[in-house]
Design a protein around this ligand. Sequence first.
Ligand code: EPU
Length: 429
Amino acid sequence: MTPTREAFQITGLAGKRTLSGEIPVRGAKNDALKAIPASFLFSDTLTIENIPHIADISAMANLVKGLGGIVEENDRTMRITTTHADGKELPVEIAKRMRASVVSVGPVLARFGHVSFPHPGGCVIGARPIDLFLKSFEKMGATYEVDDKFYHIKATNGKLRGADIFLDIASVGVTETVMMAAVLAEGTTTIRNAAMEPEIQNLASFFVECGAQITGIGTPTLTITGGELLKTNGQAYQVIPDRIEAGSFAILAALAGTEITITGCNLEHLRALLSAFDTAGVRYEKHTNALTVYGADNYTAVNIKTHEYPGFATDLQAPMAILLTQAEGESLVFETMFEGRLHFTDDLVKMGADITMFDPHRVMIRSKKQLVGRELESPDLRAGLAFVIAGIIATKTSRIRNIHHIDRGYEKIEERFRALGVQIERVAD
Ligand code: EPU
């Protein structure tokens, strides 16, 4: 994304717990981001509801427009018609900036028989190769070439065919793109060791409502029998609540709140976090679609190991690490998925945290240390929000720079945090 040259200026609470009130959760970025390119699987207009207003969504909508789709937006509703679309080359600037762009390759390839795209960019949290995408499409009868700028993938005779695919890693993006490709492929595709994230389940369930044949939704084995383009018959796709927002807000509440209610969330998607809360001693109350968290003075260390859903989400690892800087004892954080996702802890050390990195995947966070505010560069979306939380609990003032990363995934976060009592301003940088 083009840097907006803005920063967040936060006056820290110096360890006091003063925040209270309600904070609403928006639609899940990582659900809406896949629903938008899924429009290529439909013969009629796809309506998507509960869209969050964030930079990544605008980028994905522009990507679909670049491929010839017609996108109409009205507040949180997006209507996408791809009836006359015929684009086969992903808009380069968007694809290079956003990893999720690669998910659109499956539906575009399945629909048009051909797709070209540059190596996808996105948050720098690890190598993030696309080998499993290419391997899967090859199994489905596609061939690919790579030149200095693009991958060019072609389906033999213009049509993908069903295949039995074992994913070496239960990748979210590969599961989604292969599932979408399989919806329009000839014959049956089985995806084994499929990812089971709620966003994938939501996508698959909607496809079934619109005529797709998919079994095994929510399990590691998805079986998809391909057919014609799907038809919504006027049904709208409902983006699920963002579980990463919900979890991050719950962590902020535990650290700096007296009583904060997170509204519009799905607690089933938060089981791993709530289990860690149980160990840490965070008190909370569950309601239908809401969670109240009560801050406390003492928390206990917890070992966290990130894992595919339903395990502890890698996207919650950074905010959880902030909570662990305030827990008594030693917490081991094992980031299994991305080798670049613990580097942000260097800055926590500069803020006064006691953290030892054993290797790029593992850190030890030791007993409660008061963090001291400072200037921080947001390295990626999730660590960026973790820095905001760190700034809120720290002494003094913190300035979080590079907030275009945060704007990619969290809608007007400063307004929602201010409503809880956080002193945070968006300032020119
Ligand atoms: N991987 C490969 N080869 C591939 C594809 C993936 O080695 O061809 C590896 C990745 O490098 C990584 C692991 O597989 O080490 C898992 O990555 P996965 O493909 O599951 O991640 P993703 O689909 O790129 C999505 C979310 C991420 C989230 C991960 C894991 C979206 C748009 N992104 O990424 O969210 O961290 O799943 O849950 O859905 C974020 O929102 O900030 C974010 C990074």
